[in-house]
Design a protein around this ligand. Structure first.
Ligand SMILES: Nc1ncnc2c1ncn2[C@@H]1O[C@H](COP(=O)(O)OP(=O)(O)O)[C@@H](O)[C@H]1O
Ligand SMILES: [Mg+2]
Length: 330
């Protein structure tokens, strides 16, 4: 869509599907006429963590929901490919998705209060995937649920099994959601702004907990975050998303130390300025979905933009060990 050249030159450089746990290729998602995700490419290998970074409205949650199959036709239109262990997710039947979701792929939402069911005890909710996917007996489920609660730092787990969500603090509810997401040892965890609904004082603690569990299970994870520095700190790789496109993707240390895309640079200087207590945002905002520029979607906000930027979409190029989509990389 909106592409100057149809084929992605990256394809030949990336490993074959066998090596990738999740492989997203030229993936687009439309809501009606609006192209919400446009030609997204991502590869996640086993045991790798990826930070998906971008400001609000970039399409991060849309991508996470599409991967886990909660945004599907006819609600949206999908193009391109998403493969998990080589299996094409865009063609998966709902029954097959149900076997993946909460089992091979776990999901942590931003808001545990909204995600947990107020009518069931937390013990029942942690035990549910253990019954559905692993077929554990009632007694084993109870034991395993208590062990999971212990593993996410919930004190007196046997007592808390009987608690309803509203009887727990926000932090404890988030721990319950982490326990549910990791109950079946998923190979892939999607964590969509997992700490942003929590008090600042416990955000780092919960982030640390998720990372520790992901490492202990040797799972892969995608962390949706809006903070570039935090993403680089906790993830192996960073993918920067702007207006439904990945504009820069590569190893965290390089992306943070020497960002190449003007938007990544803007995100980095925002963070630096915020550190010194003067917030200087990138001027302007993401264009509305019904008025996306034909060329580079960042061009209207970019100080370096030239005529071509407004006319043709830049394709991702390999530069300094990463992928950057910009007509004027230095
Ligand atoms: N349910 C919806 N209906 C219509 N548009 C939506 C819906 N959810 C999100 N959008 C739009 O899709 C775009 C991407 O949103 P989202 O994926 O939530 O971004 P992010 O998670 O990066 O903040 C935004 O323009 C947003 O307004
Ligand atoms: Mg979001």
């Amino acid at each position: 869509m909106n592409r100057a050249v149809a084929l992605n030159p990256r394809a030949a450089e990336l490993p074959d599907s066998q090596e990738a746990l999740l492989e997203v290729r030229d993936f687009s998602l439309r809501r009606g006429q609006a192209v919400v995700l446009d030609g997204v490419d991502l590869v996640l290998r086993a045991g790798e963590t990826l930070g998906l970074i971008g400001e609000s409205g970039a399409g991060k949650s849309t991508l996470a929901l599409a991967i886990i199959g909660l945004l599907r036709p006819p609600e949206v239109r999908l193009e391109g490919s998403m493969r998990f262990h080589g299996a094409e997710l865009t063609r998966l039947k709902e029954a097959d998705y149900r076997r993946l979701r909460g089992n091979k792929i776990g999901l942590i939402f931003q808001d545990a209060t909204a995600a947990l069911n107020p009518c069931f005890t937390v013990g029942e909710q942690i035990a549910e995937p253990l019954k559905r996917h692993l077929g554990l007996s009632k007694w084993d489920r109870r034991e395993q649920a208590a062990a999971l609660m212990q593993s996410v730092g919930i004190p007196d787990p046997r007592l808390r099994l009987e608690a309803y969500p509203h009887e727990l603090s926000g932090g404890m509810q988030q721990r319950v959601m982490i326990a549910i997401a990791l109950a079946c040892n998923p190979e892939l965890l999607l964590a969509d702004e997992p700490t942003s609904a929590l008090d600042v004082t416990i955000q780092a603690q919960i982030m640390e907990l998720i990372l520790e569990r992901v490492r202990a299970l040797n799972s892969s994870a995608i962390f949706v975050l809006h903070d570039l520095a935090l993403g680089a700190q906790v993830c192996d790789r960073i993918a920067v998303m702007y207006a439904g496109q990945i504009v820069e993707e590569g190893p965290s240390d390089r992306v943070l130390a020497a960002p190449l895309h003007p938007y990544t640079r803007g995100l980095k200087s925002c963070a630096v300025e915020l550190g010194s207590r003067t917030l200087i945002p990138i001027p302007g905002q993401i264009p509305p979905l019904n008025a996306m520029p034909a060329g580079c979607r960042f061009a209207p906000r970019c100080a370096k933009a030239q005529a071509i930027c407004g006319q043709q979409r830049p394709l991702a190029e390999t530069r300094d060990g990463r992928q950057v989509a910009c007509w004027f990389i230095d």
